[in-house]
Design a protein. Structure first.
Length: 193
């Protein structure tokens, strides 16, 4: 994605993406809490990309980019989750690596990408599920695909609407008597997915 014209007005969704990036930098120890608070305030006061870009120039990744990084992004270590007889939920503002390896046994994993910070355009999820469940909740504009799953009594339900040029989630691996469910956020009155 090209860098936007600095004189173009910034949207609320883009402001939120910048604040998520500042939050990630704070979690990494690159910003102090008071710096995060000050920069976040200035992001919400900003009207153009130029005003926001100045707040990101001393942070790694693409300088001032609001969109998902494509090249030269920092490398985030692979995420490995292998719970046994338990439930693991990743939600909120978490940093998504390019590769996720899942090996639950008699467990449930929920990967909620709606507010996550993506470091790459494509994320590979390698599964080795045994009598377990995996739910993947996609953000707006993202898509998921089955990249070759070996089913041994398991199944996959993809209930997503394919659209947008957002992140792409590729799922592959082995599914033994388990269920994989891929969904978009649902909104119905007060109930949200």
């Amino acid at each position: 994605m090209t860098t936007p014209d600095p004189n173009v007005r910034i949207s609320n969704a883009e402001r939120d993406a910048v604040v998520r990036r500042l939050h990630a930098a704070t979690e990494e120890g690159r910003l102090e809490l008071d710096e995060f608070a000050e920069r976040s305030r200035r992001v919400y006061e900003a009207k153009t990309y130029a005003e926001v870009e100045r707040l990101l120039t001393d942070l790694p990744e693409e300088r001032g980019a609001v969109a998902i990084p494509t090249a030269g992004a920092r490398e985030v270590p692979e995420l490995r989750l292998a719970p046994k007889h338990s439930k693991v939920v990743r939600e909120g503002d978490w940093t998504v690596p390019s590769r996720i390896a899942l090996g639950p046994k008699h467990s449930r994993i929920v990967l909620d990408f709606r507010q996550a910070v993506f470091t790459t355009r494509e994320v590979e999820i390698e599964v080795n599920l045994t009598h377990s469940g995996l739910t993947v909740i996609l953000p707006e504009g993202a898509s998921a695909s089955d990249e070759g799953i070996d089913f041994e009594g398991g199944r996959m339900r993809d209930k997503t609407r394919r659209r947008g040029d957002g992140p792409r989630i590729r799922i592959s691996g082995r599914n033994v008597y388990s269920q994989i469910k891929v969904v978009n956020e649902r909104r119905f009155l007060w109930w949200r997915w």
